[in-house]
Design a protein. Sequence first.
Length: 304
Amino acid sequence: MITEISFPADWVDSSAMEKVLSAGPSAHATQYSKIEFRFPIDCKVMIDAAVRLLSLFNQLYYSSRNVSLIFEEDGYGSTMGYLNRMGFFDYLAQGIEVLPSRPDISGKDIHGGTNATLVEIARINRDERDQELPNALTKALMRSCGKRADAKELDGAAWTIFAELIDNIFSHSETPIDGYAALQLYSRGNNLKVAVSDSGLGIMDTLRPSLKHEFPSLANLSDIDLLVKIFRQGISRHGTDRGCGLKGSAKKAMKFKAQLDIRLPTSRLNFIPGHDGYQPDRAFCYDNLPLIWGTHICFTFTLD
């Protein structure tokens, strides 16, 4: 038996991706022997969705699912062409079927580093840590956001934001599956997205077991209230003497009015910045989502 999940012929960001995944059976939970993901003509996958889907597809393969990606058009300007340009197929598990055929040549290998408005998908691997990735993300951000009134200050904080996000994967993911990071400018939307994705233990799985001992007053908080505490005050499963990388990066991003989108295994939260950072009443929570292992984060910065 085959189950099919089809994406729309439209822009697909993380919100549109969630609508598609929620409309059918959970890919991780389905009992079907084969899962087909279809991408029609004019389907435009945005970078925040692309890295999350890459993690999901590799998770399914790792858990012995039979996965096929079916693209209804081919060529450089197509959905497949864009994903190839971003390096998507460089890191897609080789056992996953791609139709009509997997690209023979990596667009990232040919054009990587030639576009100042993007950083192609980069692998975050424990054994081969790319020390230059925070620099690449920072330079791309500043090339696009250089006209902001706070550009000079943003430049000084950007490297730390990205370094802490990436370091969080190394410190907390505990998984054999790689993490991914990428950046893309969307000039029509006047914004830039930086997306980081991993397939390891979620924030709550690593944090909640220690709350009764380290922060007993927080043990009964909802996930959304606890996440706000993480980002505003700094809470770590290691106690008060070790800061949380997510808190460090989010605290700096708050200052520059970045929107924060976090996807946990079965929930998602969008934090909209206010005058005093991220507030509970400006956090939009979505529960009971189809399972995706790990923690998936996207910061959206306005260009000016």
